[in-house]
Design a protein around this ligand. Sequence first.
Ligand code: ZN
Length: 184
Amino acid sequence: MTCFGAHPIVAVRLFEGCLKEPSCVNTAAEIEVDERWMRQALAAASEAQARGEVPIGTCIVSEDKLIALAGNRTRTDCDPTAHAEIVALREAAGKLGNYRLTEVDVYSTIEPCAMCAGALIQARVRRLIYGAADERAGGVISRFRICDTDFLNHRIEVQSGVLEEECRTLMQEFFKTRRGRIVD
Ligand code: ZN
């Protein structure tokens, strides 16, 4: 139940019940910027994988500057809330000295879960950009629609499908390898 069109970049959902008008579709320059930052998130996902974590990475950007970069740390920190998005949001808020992150864009390799989508709302982030959908537990479109709230005077612009194949492949390869090792 993803909303990706034929072109992975086209679906821009503003969570006001409609997709952006075709005339507002991202320009080549905007796509280039999104892909550049998503590569940073992918690098953090690979780094997390090297630590035995599920390979999900997040980077937070403000005015085209990197504010925070994190991979999953749930096992590393023995912390069930240490998803890449939460770790990066904490780092960004600390660095900017503000718990509201209204000027930042959050890049995540995978659609955030319900917890992380809730945190993005709490932080009032401007824009969420993710790679591949999480059809099992995605909190933005696939399973829940946490960012689609009407009780908060805040809208997060959501962009899906940026470097989708690379983000999905990293996850698929990880779970394929792990399944091979697990004896039930
Ligand atoms: Zn999460």
